[in-house]
Design a protein around this ligand. Structure first.
Ligand code: ZN
Length: 292
């Protein structure tokens, strides 16, 4: 179609948009061109719609999107998961950061399964990090549901509890391994109960908890857990003896400015006997020791 004819068609369309509807248009010589233009526009529109629909449908249904819940996709970034980065092949959790770079919140991702990995408000584990050798803590020394620790940590804990018993103290584990998701639930519970500011003093955000390592236990006695454990004879025994069995109280009294957490005499983390002895001798908090 020449430019001249196109201009004429457009001009006619603008000037007499409704003239043909009533059949009063007498310029029948232009009818085929006009009709052809309408058809061309309609066909173009249909093609556009089909192409667009195919494009949107392709990205939604061709990449395994079906079955993914809104919570799984929320906050997902576009990085490609790298199973080798965490040693957990096959996990495609989109919420984790696959490299040892600061995450979206600025925190540094530490290696999964490193029992000496620093974990605080600046360092966190990959979301899919689950220790490979979790064992259930025997019911006789646990409370509040099934508890799990890594093999080496559990063996050391049993030794420590045996020693406590010899001294007349019966200890129990009331919390141990917590997955990333469990920690998310735990943290959110405290936020809803006490507000964000207080929750951040006592509860780690998901990924930042030493409990995700599978080497950390919250110890209680005689049904006294968490804050109720403070000031008990068992707490004194633990503070004095835990290091001998490879455990360190991560959040000592008066060190919140360093550790980021309020006093938690019940929270012990296994680092091995040699390291625990060094930490004890240094007088440093575990956080300072691991970061120095
Ligand atoms: Zn704890």
């Amino acid at each position: 179609m020449s430019g001249k004819v196109e201009r004429m068609v457009k001009s006619r369309t603008r000037q007499q948009p409704r003239s043909t509807v009533g059949g009063r248009d007498t310029s029948t010589s232009w009818q085929p061109i006009f009709t052809g233009a309408i058809v061309a526009v309609a066909v173009s529109f249909i093609v556009l719609v089909v192409v667009a629909a195919d494009s949107f449908g392709g990205s939604g249904g061709g990449d395994g999107g079906a079955g993914v819940s809104p919570t799984e996709t929320a906050g997902a970034d576009t990085s490609t998961p790298d199973p080798a980065a965490t040693g957990s092949p096959g996990n495609t959790d989109p919420t984790r950061t696959p490299t040892n770079e600061p995450g979206p919140d600025g925190s540094i991702v530490v290696a999964c399964n490193d029992i000496l990995a620093p974990l605080d408000k600046q360092h966190r584990l990959p979301a899919d990090c689950v220790p490979p050798d979790l064992e259930e803590v025997p019911g006789a020394i646990s409370a509040q549901g099934a508890q799990y620790l890594r093999t080496e940590a559990l063996a050391a804990l049993r030794e420590m509890f045996d020693a406590a018993r010899t001294d007349g103290f019966v200890l129990q584990v009331n919390s141990s391994f917590r997955s990333y998701q469990t920690q998310a639930d735990t943290y959110n519970y405290w936020v809803q109960t006490y507000g964000k500011e207080q929750a951040d003093r006592t509860s780690a955000r998901p990924g930042h908890s030493e409990h995700q390592l599978g080497t950390t236990a919250d110890v209680g006695a005689r049904g006294q857990f968490l804050e109720d454990f403070i000031g008990t004879a068992e707490a004194d025994w633990l503070a004095e003896n835990a290091w001998k069995y490879g455990f360190i109280i991560s959040y000592p009294d008066g060190k919140e400015g360093i550790t980021g957490y309020a006093y938690e005499p019940w929270h012990v983390r296994y680092v091995g006997q040699a390291v625990a002895a060094d930490v004890q001798a240094s007088g440093l908090t575990l956080r300072e020791f691991l970061l120095k």
